[in-house]
Structure formats: C-alpha cells, structure tokens
Design a protein around this ligand. Structure first.
Ligand code: 5GP
Length: 125
C-alpha cells in the first residue's frame, strides 16, 4: 500500500538528500542513518528507499526479501556499533509510537560492554 499523503515522507527526503542526515550504511534498496533524537547510546534508523510500505507487516507481506535485507543491514550496523547486544524495534501504528509511516527499524544498543539498555529506551520510543 502506498503512503496516503501527497508529500514524500521525511525518510524519502533523506534518501533524496533533500534534508541532511548522518548516513551510516546504504545499499541499493536500504539506507540507515543516525536518529535525530536518540533514545539509546547507539540509535540508528534503517529504512527502505522505496516508500510504498508503511510498516513492517506490509513489508513482510509485500516483499519479504526486502525485509530480510533490511534486517541484514541492521545486524551489520549492530555488529559494527554496539557491544553485540541490541534491540531491533519496528513501531507499528500510532498507538505504538510510530510517527513516520515509511517502514523502518530502530537499532538500539550500547557501544560499551557493561552498559545495559533499560526498559526506558524501548518505552520512550
Ligand atoms: P517512529 O516514531 O516512526 O518509530 O520513528 C521515527 C524516528 O525518526 C524517530 O525516532 C525520530 O526521532 C526520527 N526522525 C524523525 N525525523 C527525523 C529526521 O529528520 N532526521 C533523522 N535523522 N531522524 C528523524
């Protein structure tokens, strides 16, 4: 399903380099950048360049291969930037905290070996 609004999503504008972001990974279909309002020491948004899927359920149904690629990029980012333990969060729906209706995952973690992520980092999303 495509996005209902006529305006491109904020993430499409990042893909188009219309607004700045700190891009940390990019493939043909996926882009990842630092979240502008981080909820954890490591907080990276991983999204599809194609804006047609609003959430992870739509992406899983419509293009599972692309979902697998998104998860693989997220795992690579976590391996590079965290202590190896991380959260991969897909907010799905307004009541769950989703604010951008262009499918994306949050990679949340800590770069130091001893830090653990409290519940706040998930609850605050
Ligand atoms: P959601 O709330 O939809 O799960 O996640 C959207 C995320 O996008 C939020 O964590 C928010 O901080 C982030 N975000 C919103 N606008 C921008 C932006 O312009 N640049 C960046 N880097 N992140 C953004």
């Amino acid at each position: 399903m495509s996005s209902s609004g006529a305006q491109p999503s904020i993430f499409s504008r990042i893909v188009a380099r219309e607004i700045p972001a700190t891009i940390v990974a990019e493939t043909e279909h996926i882009i990842a950048f630092l979240d502008v309002a981080p909820k954890a020491p490591v907080h990276v948004v991983v999204t599809t360049k194609d804006p047609q899927y609003q959430n992870v359920v739509e992406l899983a149904a419509g293009n599972p291969t692309l979902l697998a690629e998104l998860v693989a990029v997220a795992e690579r980012i976590a391996a590079e930037r965290t202590n190896g333990q991380f959260r991969l969060v897909f907010n799905t729906g307004v009541a769950a905290g989703q604010t951008v209706f262009h499918v994306h995952a949050h990679v949340l973690g800590s770069s130091t070996p001893t830090d653990s992520l409290g519940e706040d980092s998930l609850g605050a999303l």
